[in-house]
Design a protein around this ligand. Structure first.
Ligand code: ARG
Length: 464
């Protein structure tokens, strides 16, 4: 069958070219946006008197029928169409006759697809933001629950200083809050309607772009028609935001995997979010966390694809840009899947506070506190640091820990040690004394929990 754009050519293409050119098998997911966008376009054409009012009404009714039938499954997508835009227009014309052919006045598929993608991404990003917020809520609840649990904080994956588990969780909450804020920034920047830019240069018809933008929930319109149809920077920006979000989830996944290992045994994931091995009966694998870590690579890849697709394209639209959709859709799917599994996985995670404490007790993570104790009694920090290190070395040699080393031993290294040193190096005290803003003391943790609650509430207000 000849193409809808037959004219300059006979519109008969080789099957192999058709298959190569066609995007309907992936852009079919834009049907909702495409049809809603077209309805607004018809309304604008009517208001401006560009097409007869009656025709516009028939078009809008026809489109509403197509949308309902696609949603209910009564109408199937015809994969032999080139893309979703052609499919909708074709069905419309089949259903309402020649009036359907008026819909494409004062627009082009170039601004149409640019509009569809913006609308689609706007919806999906809001869905993703909601999921991130849910994850933050789950983490914040855990931060309240585990506020008394001591664990070793690490640097270089070596036990470093005692912290409360909540401090660790809150670190991720802060990262996720920034992820939300980044996505919101991007949403704001992409909030301009490209429709009406037409093929590239605008149109001779007396259109009302602002009106159409308003009908579709945009705050404004793009100021330059060529920019409107030829940039996909907002997709790249969103994929960058997704990549950063996935990097955060991937680091968290790595920790979940480590903490679940028999070496750490800090946490245990619910059976519902782990798998067994087909050969080793003892295994309980953190596949969801591993997959999230692995899928981070996919999302980075999607970002790289799009950056590379866009880098050499002369203005304005070129068919290369059809290649934006698969990476963007893949990234959206991946991020949503990871978040959906993460929320219940974290909500159902059990923690082993006894093991966390045990790990905290045996790594000399209060050596800094021992040094600080001496500093408070007048010794310069560097000297105190050295003495503390020598005492640690002695403990390692004699298989002891700082908490139980007798005062007589301490006194060999410095004559001003006193009984009160044991209080200073007590792990809970050591964590609790870190009252500097943002530190691990429980006062600071409570402040952070409150801050997160506040930010979540503010975000809620923003979406109402
Ligand atoms: N399927 C195309 C895409 O995704 C729609 C725009 C086609 N425009 C054109 N002039 N061929 O980019």
């Amino acid at each position: 069958m000849a193409k809808m754009w037959a004219g300059r050519t006979d519109g008969i293409t080789d099957q192999i070219a058709d298959d190569f050119n066609s995007s309907i098998h992936f852009d079919c997911r834009l049907y909702n946006e495409d049809i809603t966008g077209s309805m607004a376009h018809a309304a604008m054409l009517k208001k401006q008197g560009i097409i007869p009012a009656e025709a516009a009404e028939h078009i809008i009714e026809g489109l509403a029928g197509i949308l309902a039938d696609l949603k209910s499954g009564k109408l199937a997508i015809d994969e032999s169409c080139e893309d979703i835009h052609m499919f909708v227009e074709q069905v419309l014309t089949e259903r309402i006759g020649d009036e359907g052919k008026m819909l494409h006045t004062a627009r082009s598929r170039n601004d149409q697809v640019a509009l569809d993608m913006r609308m689609y991404m706007r919806t999906k990003v809001k869905e993703i933001i909601e999921l991130i917020k849910e994850l933050i809520e789950v983490l914040n609840e855990a931060s309240v629950k585990y506020i008394d649990v001591i664990m070793p904080g690490y640097t270089h994956l070596q036990r470093a200083q005692p912290i409360f588990f909540s401090q660790h969780l809150l670190a991720y909450e802060m990262m996720l809050l920034r992820d939300v804020s980044r996505l919101n920034d991007a949403l704001e920047r992409m909030d301009e309607s490209p429709i009406g830019a037409c093929a590239l240069a605008g149109t001779t018809y007396d259109t009302d772009r602002e009106y159409e933008a308003e009908l579709l929930g945009f705050s404004g319109i793009s100021a330059n028609s060529m920019d409107a149809v030829s940039d996909r920077d907002y997709c790249i920006e969103l994929l960058s935001c997704f990549s950063i979000l996935m990097m955060h989830l991937s680091r968290f996944s790595e920790e979940i995997i480590l903490w679940s290992s028999w070496e750490f045994r800090f946490i245990e994931l619910s059976d519902a979010y782990t798998t067994g091995s087909s050969i080793m009966p003892q295994k309980k694998n953190c596949d969801m966390a591993e997959l999230t870590r692995g899928k981070t690579g996919r999302v980075y890849g999607d970002l790289m694809s799009l950056l590379t697709v866009m880098k050499g394209i002369p203005l304005a639209y070129n068919k290369d840009m059809q290649e934006d959709k698969e990476p963007v859709f893949d990234a959206v799917n991946t991020v949503i899947m990871c978040l959906r599994v993460y929320i219940p996985m974290i909500a159902n995670m059990k923690i082993n506070s006894a093991n966390m404490l045990r790990a905290a007790q045996s790594g000399f993570i209060n050596a800094t506190d021992l040094a600080d104790y001496m500093v408070k009694k007048g010794l310069p920090f560097r000297s105190a640091y050295k003495i503390s290190g020598q005492i640690v070395a002695e403990c390692i040699r004699t298989d002891q820990v700082l908490e139980t080393l007798p005062l007589s031993e301490y006194s060999k290294y410095w004559d001003q040690f006193d009984e009160d040193l044991y209080e200073a190096i007590d792990l809970v005290n050591a964590a609790e004394k870190r009252t500097s803003k943002g530190g691990t003391s429980r006062v600071s943790i409570r402040e952070q929990i409150e801050l997160v609650n506040q930010k979540l509430a503010e975000m809620q207000k923003g979406t109402e």
